[in-house]
Ligand binder design. Structure first.
Ligand SMILES: Nc1ncnc2c1ncn2[C@@H]1O[C@H](COP(=O)(O)OP(=O)(O)OP(=O)(O)O)[C@@H](O)[C@H]1O
Ligand SMILES: [Mg+2]
Length: 289
């Protein structure tokens, strides 16, 4: 039985480059700023993007004497075999089980970033989710990982392998502790230009949501600010509003609102719910405390 008190948010999609690590980092920082105690688990030990993002943040705090908040950061250490690209993932899976069932009890929320490929470790991580966030790039190529689409009728023919894996992990979760997984799909890198494509994606996702039990929630636009702060370990949520030429522009404020809206869509349990303090407006100071 799971001993967790924390609400576990897993960010997953076996399609590479869909924005999992970016989403994980922004959710972590947004939740920290709202006052939650947050732990992070980087399951993607090969790329370690989230771990590097957080290492950059640690370095920034040290160099600048900044008071931006850090999560308690955990990662999976690969066994010798896994490092060489061999091994069946059992040793790493055992580590993850220990972390999820024992080590994270003292936090309100745990955010887990997963690799962009299928595997034992990724499936296991999904099975611990209270909330699963799946970012998908705004393209039919990326949608194909979730559902096979009839291009003539523009309708879902069948759920794809990732949706089936999530279904299996929902069952695994229910068997383990009777819990359920709230599956959120968010569109990432949305372009304001392609309204036709956007409408078609909307229709298909609506169809899919009814068939496989997912919720389509607000996503992120294609914005430079979502990627340019990686080396500093910061996010748009950390930037202070300045006046004059440094003032945050409309795109920055929109990005901040997108992150707040995504976090607002996560159903956190009443027991840990705080009053919303996520600041998005132009007159507030960020990065404090
Ligand atoms: N909303 C966005 N606007 C602009 N760039 C973005 C956005 N989301 C992600 N990116 C960029 O897209 C690339 C892929 O993002 P990210 O690394 O978060 O994806 P991932 O799903 O974690 O990838 P992987 O499957 O390889 O782990 C990165 O260069 C990231 O900076
Ligand atoms: Mg990643």
């Amino acid at each position: 039985m799971s001993s967790k008190a924390a609400h576990i948010i897993v960010v997953g999609n076996e399609k590479g480059g869909s924005g999992k690590s970016t989403t994980a980092m922004h959710v972590i920082v947004g939740l920290l700023q709202s006052g939650y105690s947050v732990a992070s688990v980087d399951v993607d030990y090969r790329q370690g993007t989230l771990s590097r993002y957080l290492a950059n943040r640690r370095a920034f705090i040290k160099a600048a004497g900044s008071d931006v908040k850090m999560p308690a950061a955990y990662s999976i250490t690969p066994s010798e075999g896994a490092k060489d690209g061999f091994g069946d993932g059992e040793a790493e899976a055992a580590q993850l089980t220990l972390l999820m069932e024992g080590g994270l009890i003292n936090h309100d929320v745990v955010v887990v970033d997963t690799p962009g490929s299928a595997g034992l470790l990724s499936s296991l991580a999904h099975s611990y989710a209270d909330t699963l966030i799946t970012p998908i790039n705004d393209s039919f190529v990326d949608l194909d990982v979730l559902a096979h689409v009839d291009g003539v009728r523009m309708a879902v023919m069948a759920p794809s392998h990732y949706a089936e894996m999530v279904w299996k992990q929902k069952q695994a979760r229910a068997e383990r502790d009777g819990g359920s997984i709230d599956w959120l799909v968010m569109r990432n890198r949305l372009s304001s230009l392609d309204a036709h494509n956007k409408r078609k994606m909307d229709d298909i996702l609506r169809d899919l949501s009814a068939r496989v039990g997912l919720r389509v929630v607000p996503g992120f636009g294609e914005r430079v600010i979502f990627r340019e702060l990686f080396l500093a370990g910061l996010t748009i949520m950390d930037l202070k509003n300045a006046v004059g030429p440094q003032a945050l522009g409309p795109s920055h404020l929109a990005a901040r609102q997108e992150v707040a809206d995504l976090i607002g869509a996560i159903r956190l349990p009443e027991a840990i719910k705080l009053s919303p303090t996520l600041e998005t407006g132009n007159d507030l100071a960020h990065g404090k405390g």
